[in-house]
Design a protein. Sequence first.
Length: 256
Amino acid sequence: MLLNLTYVGCEGVLVRSGGSAVLIDGLFGEDAVPFGVPSGPVLDRLRDARAPFNHIDLILATHVHADHFDAAAVARHLRANPATHFASTSQATVQVIEATHGLFAHRVHTLAADEGVMTARDIGGIHVEAFGLSHGKVHYADVQHLGLVVTLDGRTVIHLGDGIIDEKSLRSAGVLDRTLDVGVLPFWFLTYPYGRRLVSNGFRPRTIFAVHVRVHERQKVADDIASWIDAIPLLSPMEIYEIAADGRVERKESSK
């Protein structure tokens, strides 16, 4: 079964397989603009749950920062599609419940996960695993942050947001030596020494996509990654990739 990944911008990805679709960090605010976002009409279609975004089962957010999450955008999508669910930290879910005046509380789910502790739930027909990641020991220490693993048709996708990705947390959560099909990772994890060390020592999803690249840094980041690892930097919003079961990746025509 093919896994289809559409890059939405910043760290946002829409992942589909079979009849299931999950959007991770894809309903963001203005803070995502420096990292490249789709055109205004495309963003409106996404927020209004119009094609090609009209069959999303689950929206996930790793944390509340506005380059990853916007409560009003999530609320707008939930209003437009009565089948969509949202799940994130309590800091995010309380904002969405407030933005929807509690009308969709039965479709808003809090994923409570301590740092390095894995929890699992089935939401909107999707199997979701979440574990806590620190978002800073001084700055942003109060921001709840999740690492996420979703399973679609037996294929696993891990998304680590932009938390502090350390060996202790990954090992404690059980993902360090786990077989994972797709990894969506912040680019610096693949260009800084500690990230390279972890990838070299066992944390290696079969297919890796690098995200959170500022527009003016695209070429440099692409060159840095290409110098040592076969990973795909996501640089152009609405580019689409098909990932086969054996890990082969094919870039498709971008969606407009």
